[in-house]
Design a protein around this ligand. Sequence first.
Ligand code: CDT
Length: 314
Amino acid sequence: MTNDRRLGLAVAQMGPVNLADTRKSVVARLVEMLREGASRGAELVVFPETALTTFFPRYWMSDEEATERFFETSMPSAATQPLFDVARQLSVGFYLGYAEATPEGRRFNTAILVDRSGKIVGKYRKIHLPGHSDHKVEAPFQHLEKKYFEVGDLGIPVFEAFNTRVGMCLCNDRRWPETWRVMALQSAELGILGYNTPSWNIHWNEPPHLRMHTHLVSLQAAAYQNGMWIGAAAKCGFEDGFHMIGGSVIVAPSAEIVAQSLTEADEVIFANINLSWGENIRNHVFNFAKHRRPENYRLITERTGAGEPLKPAA
Ligand code: CDT
């Protein structure tokens, strides 16, 4: 028997944001999708990673130039204030990914959670930064997250908001089971994220169809193994000629996809999710308190890379 506790959840996928696009024009697109989400019953709208700009880690430039062009030094800012204002007017919250420059000169790949009164109630800074920090001159494009961002310093927090518990992550974090388990151990019922996933992998000759496959399989496994809902928003299509996958989804704790984008453009998907649906999973097959055996998982926190097998107990 499951209770019925509902949340109107929208995922607002974005088509490309090209280098020439202004923050103002991007925020206008976000506002339009916020309005559409609200009109369909959303209480929370999930936007992508680095939603305000092109996915600039594909370009080599000086740190100073990157900071000047692509990072936000305040949030809200003059350019993003309309999004916060409309959120308050419509009583709809949102998740937004952006590049954050702190007053101390630190730079993070960040996401915020904004409640239905337009107030920031949560912040996450991306932990799993993919790519490289050197200039790969031969590569068709770069993936310079390790150059432009520091590893997040806020842990993997879960926030009491939207009458539930919400965990946040960003893009590559979704591929790591640790991300989701840490959220679930804080009783998160919903995990949300934005992503920019290039269709081509510059590190090895990965068939492009696997980019969509591994994206979906990561989210579906995470949802089921942690008894959580997941909402994931892509920025996708050809940004200045560089293609990124779409496939924005809302995934149920049963691992089923209940909504998925059809296009590689701005597109809102919606589901009226039953937050209690995960209880069947969390009370039975993945009843953590009853079945987890952390004394056998020491290597997860003690080792970073793979090493030698442990000596068998005598
Ligand atoms: N933005 C981001 O984290 N993208 C990565 C690409 C990995 S390939 C270097 C992703 O996991 O989708």
